[in-house]
Design a protein around this ligand. Structure first.
Ligand SMILES: Cc1cc2nc3c(=O)[nH]c(=O)nc-3n(C[C@H](O)[C@H](O)[C@H](O)COP(=O)(O)OP(=O)(O)OC[C@H]3O[C@@H](n4cnc5c(N)ncnc54)[C@H](O)[C@@H]3O)c2cc1C
Length: 550
């Protein structure tokens, strides 16, 4: 039967990572009401886990041109040059604002330097030709979330709804009221009561983050199910470049500690990748065979090289060697990673760190311009779930926090400038808005959710992972078609739960990744298909765009 409450806000923001909280804060500057919806507790997100930092031109020996050039090189011919420049050039202003809000980035003085103690300690990561990564020790994301949560909590016109899962967007197309497709808000599951409420708004900003959970092995936390992309796709928005999944080369390989990332910043400080030729042999360096920048080559090159060495030698992992630094230096620069490794029985100053690649970042997403404007009126996408063209076919390390900061500001400015138009042109709210549960009952088949979830994640890893072929992609397509059919039936027969919403979303996103991968007839950036060669990245290429027929 029809449900429950309808809540009205001027703006809703779905997600409480860096992109969502920054959006909410900028939108709230107008004095209008903002609702932030988030799946679990406010701090549960990818942003909080970021270790390396934020790429930004700070040093006088660096320049916007060089940061742009490194981004375009990593992006392998698919970046939107205008978006890259706009985001890179806005970086310093956004960093200044974070510092004013209280963010503490590590300075050279913090690391013991007496000269130049007030300057920021800038890290270096793969693909960057300059040191330009601002960091807060090795817990940069946690520091930025801390500051943003404090700032958001201090705003009386922002209401945060924790344990509220957005299920689907409400659009004029869905309600069949005619005119161009326009977003009116979202249906939201209140996890604690089980009720689905209607949130109405004049603008809706999706900031749902990445989709790492689509893969068996990932650095992402449980909330990263690609919900934003799945909801936007169902609503009829354009989705682009989903084939470009970044696999982080170095996740700790350990039987019980899962998904712990060993930051690229270690390689920036001279750590070297090594592999064993056999169980008993001493590990040796191998990256010189794959790229002139060796262990600091771009991530896709490193991840593929590791995958290839592991397959060649039959070993279960490779190793990072940072033993040239002593314990004191390591504890100072990487306190969090040092402690976590100790917990795993590894002293980084004396032992090699066993690592494997895992799904890490989604370069594609809801297609937007640099202001986060999607193809549906009133709908914006910011952060990892969006596709502005900054990353192209491969993300340059530490550019994603920068994108989250900048695009959330640009999108809030865009929404503020169009607010009166959005308000005036919204069609009248009808009773048809209410969520209908029809004949749905409570499910007694939780096993179906668990089974399908595992199956999707496993075949995505095996068939649509670092190494792809047409045959593997076709196999994955056949599997996902069947599973999605099963899920859709289940979805309409039973009452909606958070687990079911997530399963439905990872299945949708998996299919979008497969479809995009199948339609790209070349290898480029992160998308390696052994049936097609890598072409000259300067040759003309286009985004892969998918849009559902409504
Ligand atoms: C381990 C790790 C280390 C990283 N290190 C770096 C780094 O050093 N530098 C860098 O630039 N990038 C790094 N990244 C990538 C970067 O952290 C992310 O790209 C960025 O934080 C994404 O921010 P976001 O706000 O878009 O998404 P997130 O921070 O993931 O936030 C998404 C939010 O959406 C919520 N959500 C999702 N679905 C729903 C739904 N249906 N309803 C309600 N809420 C929902 C989630 O609960 C969460 O609050 C790292 C990522 C990981 C996983």
């Amino acid at each position: 039967m029809a449900v429950s409450e309808t809540l009205q806000f001027d703006h809703i923001v779905i997600g409480s990572g860096l992109a969502g909280l920054c959006s909410a804060l900028h939108l709230a500057e107008s004095g209008r009401s903002v609702a932030v919806l988030t799946k679990r507790e406010i701090f549960e997100c990818n942003s909080r886990l970021a270790q390396g930092g934020v790429a930004c031109v700070i040093d006088r020996l660096d320049s916007f041109d060089e940061h742009v050039k490194d981004t375009l090189t990593a992006g392998a011919g698919l970046c939107d040059k205008g978006a890259v420049r706009a985001i890179v050039e806005e970086g310093p202003a956004r960093i200044k604002e974070l510092i004013e809000l209280g963010a503490k980035f590590t300075t050279k003085g913090d690391l013991g330097s007496k000269t130049d103690a007030d300057s920021f300690d800038l890290g270096r990561e793969g693909g960057h030709h300059k040191r330009r990564i601002l960091h807060a020790g090795d817990i940069t994301g946690a520091e930025l979330e801390r500051v943003m949560i404090e700032a958001v909590r201090a705003k009386p016109n922002i209401t945060v709804f924790e344990f509220n899962v957005a299920v689907d967007l409400i659009t004029t197309a869905r309600l069949d009221v005619g005119g161009p497709n326009r977003c009116l808000g979202a249906y939201v599951l209140d996890v604690k009561s089980g009720a689905i409420r209607t949130f109405l708004s004049y603008s809706t900003t999706i900031a749902c983050g990445g989709a790492g959970k689509v893969y068996l092995y990932t650095s992402n936390p449980d909330v990263a199910c690609g919900s934003g992309v799945a909801m936007a796709y169902r609503a009829g928005a354009k989705i682009a470049n989903m084939e470009f999944i970044q696999f982080h080369p170095t996740i700790l390989y350990h039987p019980t500690i899962r998904s712990f990332l060993i930051s690229e910043a270690l390689r920036g400080e001279g750590a070297v990748l090594k592999c064993r030729e056999s169980r008993t042999a001493e590990p040796v360096e191998f990256m010189q065979k794959y790229h002139p920048m060796k262990s600091l080559a771009p991530r896709d090159v490193v991840a593929r090289a590791i995958d290839s060495e592991m397959k060649r030698t039959g070993e279960e992992c490779v190793y990072l060697d940072i033993r040239h630094l002593d314990e004191a230096a390591l504890r100072l620069r990487f306190p969090n990673i040092f402690e976590k490794c100790l917990e795993a029985g590894i002293n980084m100053a004396k032992d090699l760190i066993p690592v494997v690649p895992a799904a890490h970042f989604s370069c594609g997403g809801i297609k937007t311009d640099v202001n986060g404007v999607s193809s549906i009126m009133g709908l914006y996408a910011v952060g990892e779930c969006g596709c502005t063209g900054l990353h192209g076919a491969n993300r340059l390390a530490s550019n994603s926090l920068l994108e989250a900061l900048v695009v959330s500001k640009f999108s809030a400015d865009d929404i503020n400038s169009k607010f009166e138009l959005f308000k005036k042109s919204r069609p009248p709210v009808a009773a048809a808005l209410n969520w209908m549960t029809g004949n749905a009952t409570d499910s007694d088949e939780q096993i179906l959710i668990a089974h399908n979830w595992d199956e999707i994640r496993r075949f995505m890893w095996d068939y649509v992972g670092i190494y792809r072929t047409n045959k593997r992609l076709e196999r994955a397509k056949n599997r996902i078609k069947l599973i999605r059919k099963e899920i859709e039936k289940y979805y309409w027969d039973f009452n909606v739960t958070a687990d079911l919403v997530e399963l439905r979303n990872i299945a949708t996103v998996a299919e979008l990744i497969i479809d995009c991968a199948l339609s790209r007839h070349e290898s480029r950036g992160l998308h390696y298909n052994a049936d097609y060669p890598y072409l000259d990245p300067d040759l003309e290429c286009v985004d892969t765009v998918i849009q559902r027929n409504l």
